[in-house]
Ligand binder design. Structure first.
Ligand code: CP
Ligand code: NVA
Length: 315
């Protein structure tokens, strides 16, 4: 294995770091690991993986911790406030130190440029556990869940409602395009996706034949949707804008009306934590079409598959 930083590792910093074929390979492995949780033990020894949080987390923290243990590794969970990172030591120096100690680095942080800096200097695979721009591990779990329910991804209409400029919207665009899905982002004009991300998604869509739509028309977005999704209107770090945000996104709430317009077999996803009665009505979030607990469970299976995949490039 590479503990010297000599080989060039693969990273997972955004959804398009996997090719469309590699994405399916990871999802297939995720299904296998769901059935046989201990089938892959790449970190037996155990090797350690650093799992670092600059922001709070329940699902990501628990699913990576349990997942790394199931892969035979030692999950070293670090809260950044308790380390020298950020205040006393640069990301580059931190990366060089981590790369000499652990097999991989999983990091939840703010700006995408921070995780890119980590990846540039760690010498080991770096995995994005959420940044302001992307949440690609969540999308892996979501795609696994959609496949479980619908039996396929290609050609399905995925409709996301709410903040079109946040990490989830960006990752649905990139990851959905990578999976060949028809992605619709319904968001107010003031909060639509970053054009640079859209350009990357368009590039991916040209490989898979997926279509991408960005609109403020809620009814058109909901019509015939196979997957209905929303996310909090106030992401971590945006707490100061809360009042304003609750007003801006009002008409983009997912309600039973949304579900009536969607395909009768539509499923509902939410990465959680959810705010019932804000971005989604309780009757939808807790209703029969919601698969949010499977989605939360699949974080572990999908992330384990990703780590097994990335490990192959260290050998
Ligand atoms: N969905 C998600 O990433 O949840 P946490 O913030 O609890 O990790
Ligand atoms: N958009 C949300 C996702 C939480 C998992 C946030 O960044 O807070």
């Amino acid at each position: 294995t590479n503990i010297t930083g000599a080989a060039t590792p693969r990273h997972f910093l955004a959804d398009d770091d996997l090719t469309p074929d590699e994405l399916i390979e990871v999802l297939d492995l995720a299904d296998r690991l769901k059935a046989e949780p201990f089938a892959e033990r790449p970190f037996e020894g155990p090797q350690s993986l650093a799992i670092i949080f600059d922001k709070t987390s329940t699902r990501t923290r628990v699913s990576f911790t349990a997942g790394v243990a199931e892969l035979g590794g030692f999950p070293m969970v670090i809260d950044a406030q308790g380390s020298q990172m950020g205040h006393k030591e640069s990301i580059a120096d931190t990366a060089r130190v981590l790369g000499r100690q652990v097999a991989m680095v999983v990091w939840r942080t703010a700006g995408q440029e921070r995780i890119e800096e980590m990846a540039a200097h760690a010498g080991v695979p770096v995995v994005n556990a959420l940044t302001d721009e992307f949440h690609p591990c969540q999308i892996l779990a979501d795609l696994q869940t959609i496949r479980e329910c619908h039996g396929r991804l290609r050609g399905l209409k995925l409709a996301y409602f709410g903040d079109g400029a946040n990490n989830m919207a960006h990752s649905y665009l990139l990851g959905g395009a990578n999976a060949g899905m028809d992605v619709v982002i319904a968001a107010p004009e003031s909060h639509q996706p970053d054009p640079a991300v859209v350009a990357r998604a368009v590039e991916r869509a040209s490989l898979t034949g997926s279509t991408l739509t960005i609109t403020d028309n809620v009814a058109a977005a909901a019509a015939g949707a196979d997957v209905v999704i929303t996310d909090t209107w106030v992401s971590m770090g945006q707490e100061a804008e809360k009042e304003e945000r609750l007003k801006i996104f009002g008409e983009f709430r997912v309600t039973s009306e949304t579900m009536q317009a969607a395909d009768p077999d539509a499923i509902v996803l939410h990465c959680l934590p959810a705010y019932r009665g804000v971005e989604i009505d309780a009757e939808v979030l807790d209703g029969p079409q919601s698969v949010i607990w499977d989605e939360a469970e699949n974080r572990r299976h999908a992330q384990k598959a990703l780590l097994v995949f990335l490990d192959r490039f260290r050998r």
